[in-house]
Design a protein around this ligand. Structure first.
Ligand code: HEC
Ligand code: HEC
Length: 376
């Protein structure tokens, strides 16, 4: 995504970028427990109807990253300080609606309804798609592969069980891992283009509950997952609606990330596990292991072939505009009760990037169940 759009967006949204828009997915009509849909919450929705609010905001991140346009390019410049102004129409917003309809028609009439053409297919991060092939691109360095696309088990590669067993052994072994039942961590958080790092607290409980509290300058942003449902609450200036529910395949991705903190049952967390060909993340050779979440989301774990440690997680869910992808890079592994854990993780998604740096992680400290409940 163009830096420009990120900058304006994060200026407006400040710390809420932490996860407000780390949202996504859909495909089906939302279940009754997914909260209100976009047209019930927003004023002027004509084409993206039937989407839970988090997924609707995910599509906005996709629009911005696919076209290289800022939120306030398609919306009015006044919307940069007032969520109500996002309802006003502009020529670019109206064109985007026509494009959404055109794209759906293209997929339906030419590709049997499969979502193969997205905004990104034509736009590639710029508002006016190129008409002519670029000679510089033709003779320049090819862009790096985007890991995370679906693959099948590659021939001659180890089985998923072998790669995952190597990982479990590399971080300390099944027994030590099973001995950790809760985590309490402190550290700092910084969003894309934020001026300052701010404090963050993390709480987690096995097998898969997790809560983050980011203490931003505008107030706290709290993201919780209680094992079944997830929520995001951000300061009033940062959110179009008071409290988001995390839904669909994004929720399953969040569930997986929470379970990954206690990886004793890692093999059971995904289905249809397969191993792809090794690839390079920079200098580092990794082996990708891919699986599916219960609702069909795709998760790819990339393990360092030398150390066996998890280097990168890529997960996405489907949405009416395309795959809404989230990538987490793990670094700075240190020992906690005999288990190696990453103290730094960098999260990138279509509407922002955040870096979490932990200064302390304590294991087996009592954590109140209320920490993971829906924020009040
Ligand atoms: C490429 C143009 C485009 C970009 C970029 C874009 N939007 Fe939108 N936005 C739209 C369109 C089109 C709609 C109306 C969708 C519909 O009618 O179904 C909309 C609607 C909205 C609404 C609902 C407003 C209401 O009350 O009806 C919100 C909120 C919103 N956008 C926020 C954002 C944010 C935040 C960003 C930046 C991450 C963003 N948009 C980027 C095109 C855009
Ligand atoms: C099949 C190719 C294609 C797809 C798919 C596509 N677009 Fe476009 N889009 C174009 C072309 C070509 C133009 C430029 C038209 C022109 O120059 O008059 C354009 C122009 C635009 C513009 C106006 C830009 C400007 O600066 O005037 C917006 C906004 C836009 N598209 C948004 C989207 C969104 C959002 C999606 C996904 C829902 C999308 N487009 C999907 C081809 C596409």
């Amino acid at each position: 995504m163009g830096r420009r759009s990120m900058r304006v967006f994060s200026l407006f949204c400040g710390i809420a970028v932490v996860s407000l828009l780390r949202v996504s997915v859909m495909g089906q009509a939302p279940a009754a427990d997914q909260g209100p849909v976009a047209e019930q919450v927003f004023k002027n929705i004509t084409v993206l109807r039937g989407l839970p609010v988090d997924q609707f905001m995910g599509t906005m991140g996709f629009y911005a990253s696919a076209t290289g346009l800022n939120c306030t390019d398609c919306h009015t410049s006044e919307s940069g300080g007032d969520w109500a102004k996002y309802a006003d129409d502009t020529p670019l917003k109206q064109q985007a609606r026509r494009m959404q309809v055109m794209m759906q028609t293209l997929n339906k009439t030419n590709f049997g309804g499969r979502q193969v053409v997205t905004c990104y297919t034509c736009h590639r991060g710029i508002s006016r798609p190129l008409v002519m092939p670029s000679l510089d691109a033709l003779y320049g360095e090819p862009p790096p592969d985007e890991p995370g696309d679906p693959f099948v088990q590659a021939q001659g590669q180890p089985s998923a069980d072998q790669v995952l067993d190597k990982y479990i052994a590399a971080i300390g072994g099944a027994q030590r891992i099973a001995g950790i039942t809760s985590l309490v961590a402190k550290g700092t958080y910084i969003g894309f283009d934020d001026a300052d790092k701010v404090p963050i607290e993390l709480y987690a409980r096995a097998p898969g509950q997790r809560a983050f509290i980011v203490h931003g300058s505008l107030g706290n942003t709290t993201t919780t997952f209680d094992g079944r449902a997830g929520w995001i609450q951000a300061p009033p200036t940062d959110k179009p609606v008071p409290l988001y529910q995390i839904t669909g395949q994004e929720l399953e991705g969040v569930k997986f990330e929470a379970e990954l903190m206690f990886p004793a049952r890692l093999k059971q967390s995904l289905t249809n596990l397969r191993v792809g060909l090794p690839l390079y993340l920079g200098e580092r050779e990794v082996q990708p292991v891919q699986g599916n979440t219960s609702g069909g989301g795709t998760v790819t774990m990339n393990f360092d072939t030398e150390t066996g440690l998890l280097a990168r997680l890529v997960r996405y869910g489907e949405s009416p505009v395309g795959r809404l992808v989230t990538r987490v890079d793990y670094d700075d592994y240190r020992d906690v009760n005999g288990v190696k854990m990453p103290f730094r993780w960098t999260v990138r998604w279509l509407s922002g990037r955040s870096t979490y740096d932990m200064s302390s992680i304590q294991a087996n400290v009592a954590v109140d169940a209320a920490r993971f409940a829906k924020p009040q």
